[in-house]
Design a binder for this molecule. Structure first.
Ligand SMILES: CC(C)(COP(=O)(O)OP(=O)(O)OC[C@H]1O[C@@H](n2cnc3c(N)ncnc32)[C@H](O)[C@@H]1OP(=O)(O)O)[C@@H](O)C(=O)NCCC(=O)NCCS
Length: 180
């Protein structure tokens, strides 16, 4: 059956999203491992200046009393010149509709503007769907790290290079993503 495409807005997460984000992390990313990214952890991430917590929410097309559902979320830390994509998930019913791609493109654009040289991530090595997703978005697989999660599950490390590392010249302007 064809999935119904819901209009999705990409925005910064708000306090009202914390529970849904933590539960998505528990159910779709950390399942079978300990629940690290619980509500307190997500709240701390939202308060950190160097962290972006992004939400993809169903767009409200009418004046509704209910808060629109969360379709997806992503968390990224910005370092001096390396950004770390910490978590990303889309609701199972909303997958393969471009929401994950839109969130990553939003984050890559922000990383470019912030002068980041590269974006890094780790994911469970047996998560073939997510590995394909990141490869489709221009990430390359670098190192397999055995026993990375809870001392038992392997992780794959991936990278998307945005520019040559090192200090930016004073005349630097962020390039437009996708332009050679
Ligand atoms: C990985 C994930 C975030 C992808 O989100 P999504 O919104 O479904 O992805 P998109 O629709 O934007 O997909 C973009 C492209 O990635 C690739 N892709 C995405 N999911 C894929 C899958 N299951 N199998 C193969 N390729 C896939 C495709 O090339 C796709 O383009 P297409 O649909 O036009 O073929 C989603 O599957 C998910 O939440 N998984 C569980 C959590 C997780 O694994 N997170 C990543 C580790 S933290």
């Amino acid at each position: 059956m064809k999935k119904e495409k819901t209009a999705v807005t990409i925005r910064l997460a708000e306090p009202g999203d914390v529970r849904a984000i933590a539960e998505m992390s528990r159910d779709f990313i950390e399942s079978g491992l300990g629940w690290r990214y619980d509500m307190a952890h997500i709240q701390r991430a939202m308060r950190r200046r160097e962290t972006v917590v992004l939400a993809a929410s169903e767009r409200q097309t009418y004046v509704a009393r209910e808060r629109p559902g969360l379709s997806g979320f992503a968390i990224m830390d910005f370092g001096d010149e390396r950004a770390h994509l910490v978590l990303l998930a889309v609701q199972p019913t909303q997958r393969r509709l471009g929401t994950g791609r839109r969130m990553v493109e939003w984050l890559l654009e922000s990383a470019l503007v912030a002068g980041m040289a590269s974006v890094h991530l780790e994911l469970r090595a047996d998560n073939e769907a997510a590995r394909r997703f990141y490869r489709a978005l221009g990430f390359s697989e670098t190192v397999l790290m055995p026993k990375y999660y809870d001392g038992r599950e392997a992780a794959m490390r991936m990278i998307r290079v945005l520019r040559a590392p090192g200090p930016l010249p004073l005349s630097w302007h962020p390039p437009v993503l996708g332009q050679k």
